[in-house]
Design a protein around this ligand. Structure first.
Ligand code: ARG
Ligand code: ZN
Length: 846
C-alpha cells in the first residue's frame, strides 16, 4: 500500500497523556496502557482506530468497560464516545524473537527499543504518527538492575522504576532499556544554571570506552547553547550502547540509544575516523532534542525537516571542533559518492518524497545529506545573521509543534523578507542539477555562460529551473591574484551570462567555491586552468577540487585505455604534498584517490560502460606512478608526519596520521611493505595498525598481519568487524567473493547482528571489481544473503540492497546477471514490504 503526502489528514483524536506499565519477560512481556484521548477539533473523522503490529491483545477497555475491537490490517478499530475517554489495554509481545530490531527487542540479554519510524505500534496499540504528541509516564517492572525510560526518574523501588517525561512527544521518541548495565557519568550545568546528570550506559567491561562519547556530549550541549541558544530541558540525559541496532543511533527524548559502534571507543580499538564519527553522532542525536523532539515532523514526508537540519548542525559542530575546510571536503566527497549516485539512479527521490510504501526505505542520503545541503544554501542565500534570526523565529514559533517544510521556509521568508518559492523546488524536484559552463574571450571581454538543467528522474520529467547559489571568483592569470571579492551568483533562470571587461588575458574562473551548491558543474575548463587553480586558488575547497578533478581525469583516462597522469600534474601534486604551510589533514585529502566507484560513474557519464577491473587496475597504476614520482620526498615526508607522545584523537594529530598513512600506502609499493610491517608491529593505536594492515593487503602482503590481528582481537566484536571488512574490501578482485563467502562460514559470523552483516556485505560492495566479478558470483552471493536476512530483518536487508542501484551503468552482460538476481529476490515467497519496494524500484520497468 502506497502512502501519499497529498493524502495527509489530521488525526481524529489527540492524546492528553499516556501511562504505560511494562512487565518484562523475554518471551512474554506484558504492556498495560492507559491513554486519555479526546476528539481532535481540527478533524472531521469520527472513527477511532489505533495502530498495532504483531501484538497479542489480552484485554481492552474504554472508560472502564470492556470492549471488543475489530482487528484490521495495521491495527484495530473500535466504537468510541464522542467526547474525551480513557483507553486501557493489555497486550503481550515477544522481545526475544524480535530480530527485526524494531519495537522492543533483546540484544545480548539487554532489553531495548527502536520506535522510529513506526516501531511503537509493535509495543502497544496507539496512534503511531508523529503529529500525535503526549506526555508519557512509564513504569518498568523487572528484576534487572537497570531500568530506564524517557524523561525524569520519579521513583525507584524493589523491582521497578517509574519515569515521567513532561515534554509532549510523538510515540517514535519513546524508549525503554533494561539490563545489567553500568554507567559512566558526569554532570553538565546549563547556561541558566540547571544541573543535568549525564550518563553513558554500557555492558560491564566497556566502561573504559565511554569517555569520549561523554565528553562529546558535553561539548555538544555547550555548542548548542553558544551557537543556537538552545538549552537542555530535563534533569537527566542518558546514552545507551546496544550491540544489535539497525542504524547509527536514535534521539529518544532523554534516552538516546546508540549502536555500540557509534559510542564505544578507545585508542587501541578505534580509529581516528571512529572518534570523529562518534563525536558527530553524539552531537547529532543531542541536537535532535530541539530539531526533532521539541519541534517534530507533522508526517514522515517531512523527515528532512529534522534530519537535514540536524545533519547540517552536526556538520557545523564538527567544522568548529576540527577543521572547517577539511570537513567541507569530507562532506562533499560523501555527498558525491553516495547521494549523487542515488540521484542518478532508479532510487532517485526528492528531499521531501511525495509517496512511499515503507518509510524506513527513505532514511536516505538524499533526505539526510542533500537535506543538509539545502540548509547550507539557505544560510548562504540569506546570510549568517538572517539565518540565525530565522532559526530563533523557528524555535519561537514552532516549539511544541509537529511542523512542515512550509513552516520552515516561512520563517526564512519572514526573517529575510523575501520570496523563497523557487527555492522550495529543492524539496520537490529530485535529481542533481547540472550546470554547463562556457567561456568566451574577445577583445578583453570575458563572457561566462551558465546553463542549468535538472535531469529526469523516476516519475519526474520536465523540471523547472532552480534557485542555485554559486559562489564565484575570477583570477588574474598573470599575477595569480583574485579579482576583487567573491560574488554570490543566484541562478534562477535557465541561463545567465556574466561579462567582465578590460582583461589583458582570459581570466581563470573559480565556480561553486566552498561547494556552495550540491550540483554537478559540467567542467569543460582546460587542464592548465585547473593547474593554475591548484597553485593559486585561495578557496580551500576549490583548490582541492582542482586536484581532485585532475586525478579523476587521469584515472578515467587510464581505465579507458588512455594516457596516464602528466608530469606537470604529478609535479603540482608533489608541490602541495611538501608544502608545510598546508594542514596535514588537507594534504591527506589531496593525496586520497577518488574511489573506484566514483571513477566508474565518471566513465558512465562520458557515455561508456565502466569495466570494474580496468578501473581497479587504473587505480593501482596511478598509485604506482605517484609512488615513483614522489619517491625522492616520500620517506622524509612520512617520517616528518609521525606523531610522538600519547595518543590524542583531536584534529591535529589525526590529520598527521591521516597524511602519514596515505603516504605509507605509496611507500609500501617501493619498500615491499617494510615500513608498513614495522608500523603494524609497533603501533599503539588502531588508526596506525589498521592503516598498516591496509597498506600490506594492497600489495598482497597482508596474510601474516591479518592472522596477528585476529588473535589479538578475537574477543572484541567491534574490532573484529574491521577485520572482516578490510580483508574483503582490499582483497584482489578475483578473490573478493571467495573471501567474503569463507568469512560467512565462520563460527563468529552472527549475521543477525547488523554490524557484522554489513562488515561482510559492505566490504564486498566497496570492492567494486570483486563485487562485479564477470561471472556474477558477487551478485548471487549478495542476493542469497539479502533473501536470508529479509526473513528476520527487512530493514537492514533493504538498506543493503542499494548495492544494486547502479546496475544500469554496467555492460549488457552484467545487467542481465544482476537483473536475474533482482527477479529472483522479487520472486521469493513472503518477501518483506521493505525489500519488495526496493527491488521493484531498483529493477524499474522493462
Ligand atoms: N532518527 C535517527 C537519526 O538519524 C535515525 C533512526 C532511523 N531509524 C529507522 N529505523 N529508520 O538520528
Ligand atoms: Zn537524525
Amino acid at each position: 500500500q502506497r502512502i501519499h503526502l497529498a493524502d495527509y489528514r489530521p488525526p481524529s483524536h489527540l492524546v492528553e497523556d499516556v501511562h504505560l506499565t511494562f512487565q518484562l519477560d523475554p518471551k512474554a512481556t506484558r504492556v498495560t496502557s492507559r491513554i486519555r484521548f479526546k476528539p481532535n477539533p481540527d478533524s472531521e473523522e469520527t472513527g477511532f482506530r489505533l495502530h498495532g503490529e504483531g501484538l497479542t491483545l489480552i484485554s481492552a477497555k474504554i472508560d472502564g468497560t470492556r470492549v471488543d475491537p475489530e482487528m484490521v490490517e495495521d491495527g484495530l478499530v473500535v466504537a468510541a464516545p464522542n467526547d474525551a475517554f480513557t483507553w486501557e489495554a493489555v497486550v503481550e509481545i515477544n522481545p526475544e524473537d524480535n530480530k527485526a530490531l524494531e519495537g522492543l527487542y533483546l540484544s545480548n540479554g539487554m532489553y531495548c527499543t527502536q520506535c522510529e519510524a513506526q516501531g511503537f505500534r509493535r509495543i502497544t496499540y496507539y496512534p503511531d504518527r508523529p503529529d500525535v504528541m503526549a506526555p508519557f509516564t512509564v513504569r518498568i517492572e523487572s528484576d534487572l538492575p537497570v531500568l530506564l525510560s524517557n524523561g525524569n526518574l520519579k521513583e525507584r523501588g524493589e523491582g521497578f522504576t517509574e519515569w515521567h517525561d513532561p515534554w509532549p512527544k510523538p510515540a517514535y521518541l519513546f524508549a525503554l532499556v533494561a539490563g545489567e548495565l553500568v554507567d559512566v557519568h558526569d554532570t553538565f550545568i546549563t547556561k541558566s544554571g540547571r544541573e543535568v546528570q549525564l550518563a553513558v550506559w554500557v555492558r560491564k567491561g566497556d566502561e573504559h570506552k565511554c569517555g569520549w562519547a561523554l565528553n562529546s556530549l558535553k561539548k555538544s550541549m555547550k555548542w548548542d547553547e553558544d551557537i543556537y541558544g538552545r538549552e537542555y530541558d530535563l534533569d537527566i540525559f542518558n546514552i545507551v550502547a546496544v550491540d544489535d541496532f539497525n542504524m547509527g543511533a536514535m534521539e529518544n527524548k532523554g534516552l538516546n540509544i546508540f549502536n555500540a559502534s557509534a559510542v564505544l571507543c578507545s585508542p587501541e580499538t578505534s580509529t581516528d575516523a571512529d572518534f570523529e564519527r562518534i563525536e558527530a553522532i553524539v552531537a547529532h542525536e543531542y541536537f535532535h532534542n530541539w530539531t526533532g523532539n521539541r519541534i517534530t515532523c507533522r508526517d514522515w514526508f517531512q523527515l528532512c525537516l529534522k534530519e537535514g537540519l540536524t545533519v547540517f548542525r552536526d556538520q557545523q559542530f564538527t567544522a568548529d571542533m576540527r577543521s572547517a575546510p577539511v570537513k567541507r571536503i569530507e562532506d562533499a566527497i560523501l555527498l558525491r559518492a553516495r547521494q549523487f549516485r542515488e540521484d542518478a539512479g532508479p532510487l532517485a527521490h526528492p528531499v521531501r518524497p511525495e509517496s512511499f510504501v515503507e518509510i524506513n526505505n527513505f532514511y536516505t542520503v538524499t533526505v539526510y545529506e542533500k537535506g543538509a545541503e539545502l540548509i547550507g544554501m539557505l544560510k548562504r542565500i540569506v546570510g549568517d545573521e538572517t539565518y540565525y534570526k530565522a532559526l530563533d523565529l523557528y524555535f519561537e514559533r514552532h516549539d511544541g509543534d509537529a511542523a512542515t517544510i512550509e513552516d520552515w521556509i516561512k520563517v526564512f521568508e519572514d526573517a529575510a523578507d523575501r520570496d523563497l518559492s523557487q527555492f522550495m523546488l529543492w524539496y520537490s524536484q529530485a535529481g542533481t542539477p547540472k550546470i554547463t559552463v562556457t567561456e568566451t574571450f574577445e577583445e578583453g571581454t570575458h563572457t561566462l555562460v551558465l546553463e542549468q538543467s535538472v535531469p529526469d528522474t523516476p516519475g519526474q520529467a520536465d523540471k523547472k529551473p532552480m534557485h542555485i547559489p554559486l559562489l564565484f571568483a575570477l583570477f588574474d592569470p598573470d599575477t595569480g591574484q583574485q579579482f576583487g571579492e567573491d560574488v554570490l551568483l543566484e541562478l534562477t533562470e535557465p541561463r545567465i551570462e556574466i561579462r567582465t571587461r578590460g582583461h589583458d588575458r582570459k581570466p581563470v574562473v573559480s565556480l561553486n567555491r566552498d561547494f556552495s551548491a550540491p550540483v554537478i558543474i559540467d567542467d569543460t575548463s582546460r587542464t592548465d586552468d585547473r593547474l593554475f587553480l591548484l597553485a593559486n586558488e585561495t578557496d580551500s575547497f576549490n583548490r582541492w577540487e582542482a586536484a581532485r578533478s585532475l586525478t579523476r581525469d587521469a584515472l578515467t583516462a587510464l581505465a579507458t585505455g588512455g594516457l596516464g597522469p602528466g608530469e606537470e600534474y604529478l609535479d603540482a601534486l608533489n608541490g602541495l604534498l611538501v608544502d608545510d604551510s598546508l594542514d596535514p589533514a588537507y594534504r591527506a585529502l589531496i593525496l586520497r584517490q577518488p574511489s573506484e566507484e566514483e571513477i566508474a560513474q565518471a566513465i558512465f557519464d562520458y557515455g561508456r560502460h565502466p569495466e570494474p577491473l580496468s578501473v581497479n587496475r587504473a587505480a593501482d597504476t596511478l598509485r604506482a606512478r605517484m609512488a615513483a614520482h614522489f619517491e625522492p620526498d616520500l620517506p622524509r615526508l612520512f617520517r616528518g608526519m609521525q606523531v610522538h607522545g600519547a595518543y590524542s584523537p583531536e584534529a591535529a594529530d589525526a590529520g598527521r596520521r591521516a597524511f602519514a598513512n596515505g603516504l605509507l600506502t605509496l611507500l609500501s609499493r617501493l619498500d615491499g611493505g617494510t615500513a608498513a610491517r614495522a608500523q603494524f608491529d609497533q603501533a599503539d593505536n588502531m588508526t596506525n595498525r589498521l592503516a598498516a594492515l591496509g597498506s600490506l593487503l594492497q600489495i598482497d602482503e597482508g596474510a601474516e598481519a591479518l592472522a596477528r590481528f585476529e588473535s589479538d582481537w578475537k574477543h572484541d566484536r567491534l574490532v573484529m568487524n574491521k577485520w572482516y571488512a578490510i580483508q574483503i574490501s582490499l582483497a584482489p578482485p578475483e578473490a573478493a567473493v571467495g573471501t567474503a563467502r569463507a568469512l560467512t562460514e565462520r563460527e563468529d559470523f552472527d549475521w543477525t547482528n547488523p554490524n557484522r552483516f554489513r562488515a561482510v556485505m559492505g566490504g564486498l560492495v566497496s570492492n567494486p571489481a570483486g563485487f562485479h566479478d564477470a561471472t556474477g558470483a558477487g551478485y548471487e552471493f549478495l542476493a542469497d544473503w539479502l533473501i536470508r536476512l529479509d526473513e528476520k530483518n527487512p530493514q537492514t536487508a533493504a538498506r543493503t540492497s542499494t548495492a544494486f542501484e547502479t546496475w544500469k551503468r554496467y555492460d549488457p552482460k552484467r545487467q542481465d546477471l544482476i537483473k536475474a538476481q533482482l527477479d529472483r529476490i522479487l520472486g521469493t515467497e513472503g518477501l518483506s514490504r521493505d525489500l519488495t519496494e526496493m527491488m521493484t524500484r531498483i529493477r524499474g520497468d522493462d
